[in-house]
Design a protein around this ligand. Sequence first.
Ligand SMILES: [Zn+2]
Length: 378
Amino acid sequence: MGFRFPIRRPGLRRLVCRGLLALGLALAAELPCWAGSSLSAWRIGRDGSLELRTSPGIQLQAFFEEGRNGLGPRVWVDLPGPPTRTRVVPAGGAVREVRIGKPDYGTTRLVLEFQPGTRLDPRQLRLVGTARDRWRMELTGVPAGSLLSVGEGDMEAPTAIAMPRWSPRSFGSDYANSARSTSRQPLNPEGLPLVPRGRFRVVIDPGHGGPDPGAVGINGLRETDVVLDVGLQVAQLLQARGVTVSMTRTSEVDVDLPPRVNLANSLGANLFVSIHANALSMDRPDVNGVETFFFEGGSSRDLAVIIQDQLMAVSPGTPDRGARPGRFYVIRRTTMPSVLTEMGFVTGRIDAPRLADPSFRRRLAQAVASGILAYLNR
Ligand SMILES: [Zn+2]
């Protein structure tokens, strides 16, 4: 093909996507005869986004380089596995061309070379995992309408459902048995409210991730682990009811707050639910409870009330801190009904052991999912 990719040099800004470390290792065993690229499809959309479909659970990295010497800026993504063939795809508009290259034997590199003079702000660029096999980057800074739609492969193929097989402790217990100990019988999977299939899109946002563990509580219980486990289960339950679910993260990756909001806003999601666990200091185990925040009244408040009720139904004995107004970034800046739920205190004497218990997390996921479905069903 004639072009060579430069070796990555120090000083180039690394954009994203450290994460997936443990996940990537676990999945390597699933793909013993690794052959060919993990890149299944890609697309640049007129809406100013780059989307990728990959093998599920892979590790990838994205980079940015300023334009110079008459060349435009470049964004590139390295994925495991060599491409079937290197190639140049003419793009048009603000993107001069897209190249699929092989910087070394085991890597596929997707390069977007922009027209000279194109202004991109690398601080705004994030490649966000929206499912185990989907990634999305908002090409923030590229003028609206200056991109042409171009891509290869089938982006519409079914999404790999996030099955956290790398976390079997999350699924090891018997939900039906453990549920009997609670005061109100929570909904089992079959009992979840029905909604019209294919009509709704919900964004689930497990808080924190990657180098940011969120709150850390009793026995080292980490908020990030709790909320990711619950979030993945909520997604599965909703998908089983025909709801399209996008997740702001599906693994231990670091995702800033703006991309979480941008994902929901650009997808035109019907709902946004951010999942967190609370914390106070370790010497306040007396503080426990569940609370769900909304920014403005109306729909978001209704959603918060429903989810809070469902969570309290499976959390007997812990204080009901209520559905309350809050000013968190992700609920302030999303344009659809949105809530942020704090499912208990990782520092609390009542809540911490429960949040550490896989069967309880399963019940929490049931509660959040049933609240979402009940709201959609109104
Ligand atoms: Zn949090």
